[in-house]
Design a binder for this molecule. Structure first.
Ligand code: GLY
Length: 344
């Protein structure tokens, strides 16, 4: 053990003896000062997802179980961008991507998965039951069915059908971004925001959480970009891009245009910047700035947002465009925040 680690352990031991012994038994690398559960997740849909996660976190459950249960709530709902009711690809098929990561660096992922309701749970099975990290396409579906996940009939939701029919009129292959947000400016609780077309303003659901033992986990699930090319994967199933967890430092998840998150290994970058001493918000902002440097003027046309949590229980977010909301739930608060953004 390094001298620094020894020093940290002994000084914390003297102040937090009881807590420390509990943490050591749990095998945590070092003690968090908070020991208090917290969950954050992307967009307005995060409020309901956090409530799902809190049923586990609030009962001293494990963060891994919480982040799976939390995003399953969104996968169950009818919305534009997550789960079987989401917008299809340009050929009319809903294809789903998801990944999950725990406090020990275990991770699992599925991509281009069709007709399975809970990709996040399949990703967890990949993590726990296979020697692999990632399964895609028909192989992922075959694995899911073998694991007992029912093969659902594809049936576009009314909203998705309408959106797809609208898109087919021009069949223009252009990313659609959620720039505008109709809710009040500034931080604090607010009602769900709707886009000008009436659609609920969110895309991928990414969630990161710390449990009462101070352990971190994260999850991320999406149908990806609406009307994407068939076979396209975004950042959400890619560990290090859509999600990254390092139990010594913190965790991050991303939302928005996946191609540009992948370009900078976004979530891993944010965690590494936190390791170097940045706060979660500073790290998210620095990652956004990298994308801005690469994209130049084209950055005006895209949305990417990062949402991070560090080992001390501090949270932060930053987006390219205004209008990115994230939900937070802890013992002290339950709120929907609006993140700061590069373009105002
Ligand atoms: N961030 C979701 C995607 O690009 O697929």
């Amino acid at each position: 053990m390094s001298n620094r680690r020894k020093f940290l352990r002994s000084s914390i031991f003297s102040s937090f003896g009881l807590l420390m012994s509990r943490k050591l038994q749990a095998g945590a690398p070092y003690v968090t000062m908070t020991g208090s559960p917290i969950v954050i997740s992307t967009w307005d849909a995060g409020v309901a997802a956090n409530a799902g996660a809190w049923k586990i976190l609030g009962n001293n459950g494990r963060a891994l179980d919480a982040v799976e249960a939390g995003v399953r709530v969104t996968e169950d709902s009818i919305n534009c961008c997550v789960g079987l009711g989401a917008n299809p690809d340009r050929d009319g098929f809903v294809t789903l991507d998801a990944c999950i990561m725990d406090e020990k660096g275990n991770c699992g992922s599925v991509g281009f998965l069709e007709r399975i309701k809970h990709p996040i749970s399949v990703a967890r099975r990949v993590m726990e039951k296979t020697p692999h990290v990632m399964l895609v396409g028909s192989g992922a579906q075959q694995f899911a069915v073998a694991e007992g996940f029912p093969l659902e009939e594809q049936k576009l939701s009314d909203d998705a059908k309408k959106a797809y029919e609208q898109w087919l009129k021009k069949s223009e292959y252009k990313p659609v971004i959620n720039i505008e947000n109709t809710k009040p400016k500034g931080h604090g609780p607010s009602a769900p925001a709707y886009l000008s077309n009436g659609e609920l303003n969110h895309d991928t659901i990414g969630m990161v959480a710390m449990d009462a033992a101070g352990d971190l986990s994260g999850s991320c699930t999406t149908s990806g970009m609406g009307f994407k090319m068939r076979g396209r994967l975004g950042d959400s199933p890619i560990i290090g891009a859509g999600l990254f967890v390092d139990n010594e430092v913190g965790a991050c998840t991303a939302t928005g245009q996946g191609e540009d998150v992948i370009r900078i290994c976004g979530s891993h970058t944010v965690v590494e910047l936190m390791r170097q001493g940045m706060t979660p918000e500073q790290a998210c902002k620095a990652a956004v700035e990298r994308i801005i440097r690469i994209k130049g003027e084209k950055a005006k046309e895209i949305q990417v947002a990062f949402l991070a949590l560090n080992k001390k229980g501090e949270t932060g977010a930053f987006a390219i465009q205004k209008g990115f909301s994230y939900a937070l739930k802890s013992n002290r608060e339950e709120k929907l925040y609006t993140a700061k953004s590069w373009y105002l």
